[in-house]
Design a protein around this ligand. Structure first.
Ligand code: PRP
Ligand code: URA
Length: 213
């Protein structure tokens, strides 16, 4: 069962997700297992994240007769924030292979904690359907807020964000900057430390996915 609060935050409470999150948080989990587990969690989460997608009726000819079916309305776009967001993409595409993928490269300046953009490669018609921003970590919320602003500037209207671990500070930032965007997370953690890392968190997600720590 999921908990929904009235301000557009959905925190997952599911035994499988909880089990896999324990693996991900464990400092002894090496990058190969970390990556595989993150992919699995992303696939489980996207089923719920897409629950509010609109559908449109179509007629389908079965071998027996014609019947009315429902298909997704519009073109779905998934946008990972590099690097760490890439770790969730394959799990999402396994479930929704028809989705398009746009890319945003943002790196947090370690001194100021402000995001620096180094790549923006998005489809031009983001208004063509739902857009899901993907980044496992929501810390100060600076990267996610900047990414959502970039997506809106490119025409995105129907936006959701999926992350793995969120800090209260990041949730508050998103609720202030983008109250129209529902945020889905597997865990709402306690706080940030003085370097902007999430506690208890899982460390640096990009480094743990790619073994660069
Ligand atoms: C991490 C993470 C988010 C950001 C979160 O990326 O994947 O994008 O930090 O922090 P914020 O909420 O305070 O902005 P990072 O900048 O470390 O880049 P990486 O994925 O390339 O490691
Ligand atoms: N980015 C990460 O990868 N981890 C954190 O805890 C905070 C920001």
């Amino acid at each position: 069962m999921n908990t929904h609060d009235h301000q557009g935050l959905v925190v997952f409470h599911h035994p499988l997700i909880a089990h896999k999150l324990a693996t991900i948080r464990d400092q002894t989990t090496a990058h190969r297992m970390f990556r595989a587990t993150l992919k699995q969690i992303a696939g489980l989460m996207v089923y719920e994240v897409t629950r509010t997608f609109e559908t449109t009726p179509i007629d389908v000819q079965t071998p027996m007769t014609t019947t009315s079916c429902n298909v997704l309305k519009g073109t779905v776009t998934i946008v990972p924030v590099l690097r760490a967001g890439l770790g969730m993409i394959d799990g999402i595409l396994d479930v929704m292979p028809e989705a398009r993928v746009g890319h945003l490269g943002l790196a947090r300046d370690e001194q100021t904690l402000e995001p620096v953009t180094y790549l923006e490669k998005l489809p031009s018609d983001l208004s063509a359907g739902p857009v899901i921003l993907v980044d496992p970590m929501l810390a100060t919320g600076g990267s996610a807020s900047a990414a959502l602003t970039m997506l809106k500037d490119q025409g995105a209207k129907d936006l959701r964000m999926i992350c793995l671990v969120a800090a209260p500070e990041g949730v508050a930032r998103l609720r202030n900057d983008h109250p129209d965007v529902t945020l889905y997370t597997a865990a709402l953690d306690e706080k940030l430390n003085d370097k902007g890392y999430i506690l208890p968190g899982l460390g640096d997600a990009g480094d743990r996915i790619y073994g660069t720590n």
